[in-house]
Ligand binder design. Structure first.
Ligand SMILES: Cc1cc2nc3c(=O)[nH]c(=O)nc-3n(C[C@H](O)[C@H](O)[C@H](O)COP(=O)(O)OP(=O)(O)OC[C@H]3O[C@@H](n4cnc5c(N)ncnc54)[C@H](O)[C@@H]3O)c2cc1C
Length: 392
């Protein structure tokens, strides 16, 4: 390993890999080091994601971030010729948000118009239109649904990560298996990172892409970051009487979501008792399915009376307790420390735009392709929440 780098990226999952990819694409002469504590990615949110993408956000910046994600995913092999991934298997089944609130319909229409102006196809459907499109759903309590018939769905998360890593490497980035255990500061600069293996690496800039350990990294500088691990148990269920491979990702007003996957269903919910968990606590919350998801699922559609949980996994959101949205860009207290944290439940689809944005800000001092300043650290330091209501 060289003794010094232009940029050290802490965390080599989708955000770290995307940042390294964009940095080396924009300036192949840059010396970029990505430090990843576990290259199996077994506990990373990237590997444990439900890997879906939508344009249905309430803030235009989030819509634009995902629209670029979609474009990038569709054109993945062309953009990353040495990524070794020919296709990310995007399934554009759409997203459907159901509402039971009459007062929400006007807002749904306003948001759909904003999303359409940014390239999405969002439609607001009344119960009759919903029933014609999804005859297997029980819509008795539903007032309207916001549906994106294309440009929304799910894709191959590990393909995205693997392709970004391989292309970044081909462009000259170095990935190393180690853990950053300390940071050296000189006034308003981070000047070096310390590795668990004993090395000290001097650096011109640092990117914090450490996922659920992002706050731990900030503690090396005696700084706070309102990001904590939140447990999400994801269930795969077989419902032989309810096979709808063309179903969208349904976000139910009761809180659960589900989508089809290889003839079965993936489903999860925000637990009614949600709170931080230990960073290494991956014990599943089995009762969630029985107590919270199944009753709601049973009411929503026919055929979910006979079901079997065939598999489950636990992942952690890197939950931003201020507003459940990304925290991006240069930390106002430093000239060379860049935040890439707090993505909560929607970071995977944001990785292409976030990596591009960070690379541009690091290299030019500014946001260039897309102004990501509403997601900056300044709002966190000032306690100003970013307004986004479409949180899953
Ligand atoms: C159950 C679940 C479902 C989700 N569904 C979706 C979805 O449908 N759509 C969507 O867009 N997003 C979804 N997400 C969110 C998305 O997966 C994450 O926002 C995204 O993967 C975050 O990527 P990351 O690289 O920031 O973090 P991570 O993938 O968690 O990676 C952080 C990496 O940093 C490494 N690291 C940490 N500390 C150090 C250190 N000190 N030194 C070196 N390395 C370190 C870790 O080992 C890890 O590999 C979901 C997440 C979960 C958990």
């Amino acid at each position: 390993m060289r003794s010094g780098y232009d940029i050290v990226v802490i965390g080599g999952a989708v955000m770290g890999a995307s940042t390294a990819y964009w940095l080396t694409a924009m300036d192949p002469a840059l010396k970029v080091l990505v430090v990843e504590r576990d290259p199996s990615y077994a506990q990373s949110a990237t590997a444990l994601s439900v890997a879906s993408i939508r344009s249905q956000f309430s803030n235009p910046v989030n819509v634009q971030i995902s629209r670029f994600g979609l474009e990038f995913i569709k054109d993945f092999a062309n953009r990353l010729p040495q990524g070794g991934v020919s296709d990310l298997g995007l399934k554009e089944n759409g997203y459907l948000f159901l509402s039971n609130r009459p007062d929400a319909v006007e807002q749904m229409e306003t948001l759909a118009a904003m999303q359409r102006a940014l390239g999405a196809q969002t439609q607001v459907l009344d119960p009759a239109a919903l029933s014609a499109r999804f005859p297997w759903m029980n819509l008795d309590d539903v007032v309207a649904g916001s549906f994106g018939p294309s440009g929304e769905g799910w894709f191959d998360n590990m393909g995205l990560l693997g392709g970004l890593r391989a292309q970044a490497r081909a462009q000259g980035a170095t990935f190393v298996n180690d853990t950053v255990v300390g940071l050296d500061r000189d006034q308003d600069r981070v000047v070096a990172v310390h590795l668990a293996s004993g090395g000290r690496i001097e650096t011109g800039a640092v990117v914090n892409a450490a996922g659920t350990r992002g706050a731990e990294v900030m503690r090396y500088l005696d700084e706070d970051l309102p990001v904590e691990p939140r447990k999400r148990t994801v269930f795969v269920i077989d419902a032989p009487n309810a096979r709808h491979p063309d179903a969208p990702l349904l976000v139910d007003h009761s809180g659960f979501y589900m989508r089809p996957e290889h003839g079965q269903w993936i489903t999860a919910t925000v637990p009614s008792l949600d709170g931080p968990c230990a960073v290494d606590d991956f014990d599943p919350d089995h009762a969630l399915f029985e107590n919270e998801i199944w009753p709601a699922l049973y009411n929503r559609a026919s055929g979910f009376d006979a079901i079997k949980v065939t598999r489950f996994w636990v992942g952690h959101y890197d939950f931003n307790t201020l507003d459940q949205n990304a925290i991006l860009g240069r930390h106002p207290g430093y000239t060379n420390l860049y935040m890439c944290n707090g993505f909560s439940g929607h970071g995977l689809q944001q990785a292409p735009a976030v990596g591009r944005g960070l690379a541009e800000q690091i290299l030019t001092g500014d946001w260039v392709s897309l102004d990501l300043s509403p997601l900056g650290m300044a709002r966190v330091l000032e306690g100003r929440a970013f307004a986004e209501i479409a949180i899953v």
